[in-house]
Design a protein around this ligand. Structure first.
Ligand SMILES: [Zn+2]
Length: 340
């Protein structure tokens, strides 16, 4: 049965009812894969902020005595040599999009991008980069920071750059939503006509927002992920602006509370307290309707049809097509794009 769905302000969609055969063995394997993948997510602004607060207390003012980089694909720069920071003191930490930068007193910056499976760990005991998953170890005078990455696809990266110019070259250029006015936010959002999901997660437009928190932001703003940005009404943009700041603040506080004084080891775990993200098929916390998902480019977006798309169940297949057309092949590709 073909059904014609057109939601005002969205692309015109010709869609089939959504159940894409969950009993089909291939699809069910795919679901398992998606399920497994959903247990991990790329650190976004709240996760990075909480990591940085924990690092601030541990490494700022301390000397990096020794470092070991094992992962052959981890280090992406050769000059200056990575050992140039050995014996140097950490003077500052900075967030560059979804990256964490460590500034040293010789004006060099060590910049980490954890991507989806990279994680930082802190130990007061000296540790070497011996485990299969450990790609690098940094010994400070008061403990060791290690970087691990699960899985076989190693995407995490480490750059050593010089000064502000070096940092700027790694910055995809997205604005910090906490540093811009509603007018500035609106100008960035509507600078191109993308789906809302794509616009929010594009690091060249907004800084530090990824797949998980964009789902939560859109839920709180009660907006459809496939709404086209240049067709949004001013009151919708205002709602999105407020929801973006509120959602990121709320989650930063949640994560901060959870890790307390310990080093945050679970910041990026899947969270059942989220409203829609990773909650496909579960009831919406606001209205009880089943959370739906749209898959595209080895990614997915979760939404409540009642709260976000005017009660319409938007079909998976045509929406996947729409989002796919608006997307690079993989979420990593979007993340790795530089300033236009
Ligand atoms: Zn709902």
């Amino acid at each position: 049965m073909k059904q014609h769905i057109a939601v005002e302000g969205e692309a015109d969609l010709r869609a089939e009812p959504t159940d894409v055969g969950l009993t089909n063995p291939t699809t069910s394997n795919l679901c398992k894969r998606f399920g497994a993948k959903r247990q991990r997510k790329m650190p976004e602004l709240p996760d990075i902020v909480v990591y940085m607060e924990a690092l601030e207390q541990r490494v700022v003012g301390h000397v990096l005595e020794n470092l070991e980089v094992r992962g052959p694909s981890l280090l992406r720069t050769a000059d200056p040599p990575v050992y140039s920071v050995q014996g140097q003191r950490v003077t500052a930490l900075r967030r560059i999009g979804k990256r964490i930068a460590f500034g040293f007193d010789n004006d060099l910056w060590l910049v980490f991008h954890l991507m989806i499976a990279g994680r930082l760990h802190w130990s007061q005991k000296k540790k070497t980069a011996d485990g299969r998953r450990t790609l690098a170890a940094f010994d400070f005078d008061n403990g060791t920071l290690t970087l691990t990455e699960a899985g076989t696809r190693k995407r995490a990266s480490l750059h050593l750059v010089r000064g502000e110019a070096g940092l700027a070259a790694l910055d995809p250029g997205g604005v910090d939503v906490f540093a811009v006015s509603l007018d500035q936010f609106s100008a960035v959002l509507t600078s191109a006509n993308h789906t809302l999901k794509r616009a929010l997660t594009d690091p060249r437009l907004f800084s530090g927002i990824g797949n998980a928190y964009s789902d939560e932001i859109l839920f709180h703003a009660q907006l459809s992920p496939v709404l086209l940005t240049q067709r949004m009404k001013p009151e919708e943009i205002k709602r999105l602006y407020e929801a973006t700041k509120q959602t990121l603040t709320l989650w930063t506080e949640n994560l901060r509370k959870e890790s307390g004084t310990k080093f945050p080891e679970k910041v990026t775990a899947f969270r059942d307290e989220m409203a829609v993200h990773g909650r496909y098929g579960k009831p919406c916390p606001r209205c009880g309707a089943k959370v739906q998902r749209i898959r595209y480019a080895s990614n997915e977006t979760d939404y409540c049809p009642h709260c976000q798309t005017g009660g319409k169940l938007l079909a998976d297949r045509s929406l996947s097509r729409l989002l796919r057309q608006d997307w690079p092949r993989t979420p990593e590709e979007l993340e790795e794009r530089r300033r236009a």
